[in-house]
Write a new protein. Sequence first.
Length: 280
Amino acid sequence: MSRFTALFEALEAKNEGAFVPFVMLGDPSADDAVEIISTLVRAGADALELGVPFSDPVADGPTIQKAHLRALDGGATIDSCLDQIREIRRRHPDTPIGMLVYANVPYVRGLEKFYAELHDAGADAVLVPDAPVREGAPFVAAATAAGIDPVFIAPAQARPEVLEGVAAHSHGYIYAISRDGVTGTEHESQTTGLSDVVANITSYGGAPVLLGFGISTPQHVFDAIAAGASGAITGSAIAKIIDAHVDYAHPNPGTIRDMNALKTELTDYVTAMKRATLKP
């Protein structure tokens, strides 16, 4: 049984949803990122979505784009990202790890090699946000060969035939986006139509649905789960907290002013977001 499957079964038994924070590997440095991620897990995060820094993150808004840039200015490489995953897996052997990776990264590295390296490092699933399911065959093949769960996006207000494809080819979880556009807290999450999306995916035998894009408050998490999602993913709100504690001016590496203060704020935030996953 995969870590994601085991997680969702355990949460269902406890009548809870999943809270999943997104963090950019290497932001603002490799060591800092590992400490930040461990803080999130200790604070109650059920699973992780980790980003691999990329120079042209087309699905991300300005906050996550800045996290990509900080990580790259801090010297992030594919090899350093793999090292961070290994350390996170060592510290948290049971926590599911999903990866968010833009398509050019595995293509340049070599699809089969990249997915195998992620599996060996301890990752469980991979979402390629700029590869829709209709173009996903090479990624599914590489993931399957490596023992990685391929994950696809269920677009906002998607047609039933698109959801059928997403359900057929996603394993571990499905990333449902709450609205069109890019990531960010500038536009709030929407749950309009989410219950229909979840119902359609369920009818096709799809994996559990996690809602993302614009999730920044406990109410957003509560609403997502009330609409039928198995949990919610928060990225930009986490990145904003990190950003507020980092001295950074491109192209110089960023420096965290007070790691303990950052850990305290992240812990308080995750605790509140996780509390919102408790079902009535």
